[in-house]
Design a binder for this molecule. Sequence first.
Ligand code: PMP
Length: 409
Amino acid sequence: STTFDVNTIRQHFPILSRPDINNHKLAYLDNAASSQLPKAVIDRLHQYHQFEHSNVHRSVHTLGEEATNAYESARKKVARYINANSESEIIYTRGTTDSINLVMQSYGRANLMEGDEILITALEHHSNIVPWQMLCQEKGCLLKVIPINSSGELKLDEFLRKLNKKTKIVALSQVSNAIGSVNPIEEMIIEAKKYGAVTLIDGAQGIPHKPVDVQSLDCDFYAFSGHKMYGPTGIGILYANSRMHDRMVPYLGGGDMILHVTFEETIYNEPPYKFEAGTPPISAAIGLGEAIDFISNVGIHNIESHEKQLLDYAHEKVSAINGVQLIGTAKEKASVMSFVMGDIHPHDIGSILNSFGIAIRAGHHCAQPVMKFFDVPATARASFSLYNTFDEIDALADGIKEVKRVFNQ
Ligand code: PMP
């Protein structure tokens, strides 16, 4: 599509011009945690709060109608963006964590039985581990894990070996938030379906960086968060393929998810409302719709190719520094560069970089099993977005050299 100019892109993000992070210009390299908001999204939130705010789905008054229209038109944008077959497949949640828990509670609790198996990968975020452990505990199911090799790539032969008729759910991240590996979800979904397993993709780190087409993936569920794709916090999406709807019981009970209530009995609303009890995060949903417009205008292919160049450049620059070890060297990676520096604690790396205005994440990234596999307590993680520059990566490399100097290494 259109040509991509990072300096023009940066002008859409007011926060990037902050000159005052410890007397340095901000270099924001923590996009895997949360990305920043373009002005179009900020303005849309402001406009909504100033002139359109009201509850949705309830009122006959003008504001109620406007808020409902804006909220439902954002749902349409999401549906179109991921190529869902119907808006009823787009369930608003609070985020990826909430989306996965919805699947666990609503599909998992109603359908899994003792002896059934749930298959995840060694790369998962805690939010795609803990809910399944809870379900296994409750139902007597077995949690199985697809291992990784020393580059951080899934061992697909082990995946095929672990799949069997007892495998009821295969829950996979599209991209690892801890080390950036891109998993071959397309072929894994095909294999899982041969055994009748239900497939869930944790797309939290996928959808900000790659095109997503849920019909061509043909997964049953796809979960993601607004705040990692230039939208606000507090909003997420669960795509639930309509073939699953009759097999899912309600998640939360309350207002909006019902058609009719008496003390004797409740008739539930149709999906997606059946799974959306209570007043939703209306403004955040509208903001997410605006973020999707922003991404569409830039073009996800432009974003993907810019980020690929950034990641390649960062790998080259940073791995050339003596004493720096990359964690996660999969052939297919997106956006994330994790590294360690001998026995210097990643928190110290993060603090020293922060003193130069460089924001990275240091810690276990909610993926403690990944840390354990690589035998490190934590990593330093730089994660890139469409607005990052080669200059910022140069600054990161200079900062890392300064870390070495501080620690006499
Ligand atoms: N899965 C992955 C791969 C993630 O990176 C994250 C966020 N770090 C989550 C799930 C959880 O997302 P949220 O905190 O928005 O619920």
